[in-house]
Design a protein around this ligand. Sequence first.
Ligand code: ZN
Length: 188
Amino acid sequence: MDSIRKMDSFNSGNATLINVSNKGATTLASSSSSTSSRYENQKRRDWNTFGQYLKNHRPPLSLSRCSGANVMEFLRYLDQFGKTKVHSPICPFYGHPNPPAPCPCPLRQAWGSLDALIGRLRAAFEENGGKPETNPFGARAVRLYLREVRDLQSKARGISYEKKKKRKRPLAQQIPTLSLPPPPPGAS
Ligand SMILES: [Zn+2]
């Protein structure tokens, strides 16, 4: 795929600065644990999705010129595939966790999915040769944007995202995944 090749060339340009020898081994070894290989697979899929997004971007956008603003644009683009109802303040069900009837409010990507996605892409960026100080997924603007989405969805859906200590199910084990259309043929 073109997107992969582009990232490889980006990688080779910075190869002298980054020690990638250990990371390849870690990725191969991770198949022994199902949770971490699921995470690795998801991370690879997310990275491909983002590469595809860059490839289709108009005007053309290369990974090395990608900014936090482009990452936020990507997150907003993903919202069209979301399945989480986010009520607008004028909706009678604003703040209701379980609305008794349908309403025309938009569907979005859930904050938890976006937050986890950014974490995976941030890691993938550095594993693919990007420097931490230029990581667009770690940009302050992206962190602020995610916090804003969390507060907005928390109020609109009547759900608190504060971590509760007395949970019975281990939430850390779950990997929230995005709702996306099937990848184009030959994408992987
Ligand atoms: Zn609504």
